[in-house]
Design a protein around this ligand. Sequence first.
Ligand SMILES: [Zn+2]
Length: 200
Amino acid sequence: MRTDRLALAGLLFAPAQLEGAERSAAAMAPHVRTDDATVKWLVTSGAEYSPTFKRLVSDLDGTDVVAYVTVDATLPRSLGGKIAFVTSAAGLRYLLITVFPDDDPKRAIALLGHELAHAREVAADSAIVDVRSMMDAYLTGLIRMRSGKPIADTWNARAVQAQIAEELRSRHSMMKLDFDNVRRAIPQPGPEKGADRPPR
Ligand SMILES: [Zn+2]
């Protein structure tokens, strides 16, 4: 199974500050958010066919953590996905999850679930309030080095990923057809699809 790594880099992206009525609206809205149509499909299908994925999403809704999910075709295939702290605003902690645009729905949902498992870990640790404290929290876990930068991962997130993949196994053919249709209907941003992918 391809695994992701937890990236400990800072980010330039930050949502606007929220106040007053906007604040409660922000807390009430779903805590897993995306503007990407393929990710929306992954979240919807993941929640529909994987009880573990569904629980992740509903658990996050009850926390002060909001996870934005974006797709990045330039992410190394071996990395798969990453998560980073963005900011705290109006009582909410914002994380940014970035995933590779995998054309295999089972793998893509399981990987997204892996990242959401990290989001739930952050939600359970109130000491994580910025990039530095998130790094500190994860550096006590499994540490590896990639290109000279520290990266970390947890057995919990890997177990969640494996569990989701197992739950989706019997649905794979049906999901693949559906996902291919969704992807075909959406103009793919960035470079030509698959243009810079290494051979598999
Ligand atoms: Zn991870």
